[in-house]
Design a protein around this ligand. Structure first.
Ligand SMILES: Cc1cc2nc3c(=O)[nH]c(=O)nc-3n(C[C@H](O)[C@H](O)[C@H](O)COP(=O)(O)O)c2cc1C
Length: 140
């Protein structure tokens, strides 16, 4: 069965506190789990980065819901590609709100320091994936 891995970045329409972030995560897990969609969501200073993995239709359906969501805007898909196996299989949706220490992580700056300003091209997909992987490792 072919799988799709999709990575996007977006901008929150308001700076979100714990409650609204938990609500996003709750809806994500509730929809993703039965569809066998897995992934990781990062949030820092009004910026989201998310990776979604699963059967192509399931990822497309999740993206259709995500695109309609008024809690974020300027959704930029950095990459959508076929994969043989998942790299983010641990969670229906893993989540990490990045903190001050995380700012020292390589590749943090182009994505999160200036509101995604330096990450306007799909060339950044490899950097985004490695950033997501690093935070997935420390989230276990
Ligand atoms: C940054 C962000 C990431 C989201 N990720 C997912 C996701 O992975 N899967 C999903 O089904 N919904 C996700 N959502 C939520 C959907 O946009 C939508 O609100 C939700 O699916 C609707 O759920 P409901 O059944 O409570 O109406 C996300 C929303 C935001 C803002």
């Amino acid at each position: 069965m072919p799988l799709t891995q999709l990575i996007y970045i977006s901008t929150a329409t308001a700076d979100l506190e714990e409650g609204p972030l938990e609500a996003i995560l709750e809806a994500s897990v509730r929809h993703n789990r039965p569809q066998n969609v897995t992934g990781m969501l990062l949030y820092a200073d009004g910026c989201f980065m998310q990776v979604l993995e699963g059967e192509p239709e399931a990822v497309e359906e999740a993206m259709a819901r995500i695109r309609k969501d008024g809690r974020h805007r300027d959704i930029l898909v950095l990459q959508s590609r076929a994969i043989d196996e998942r790299s983010f299989s641990d969670w229906a949706m893993g989540f990490r709100r990045l903190n001050a220490q995380d700012k020292a992580t390589p590749n943090y700056v182009p994505f999160f320091a200036y509101g995604h300003s330096a990450a306007k091209s799909a060339d950044e997909a490899d950097l985004a994936r490695s950033l997501l992987r690093q935070f997935a490792e420390t989230n276990r």
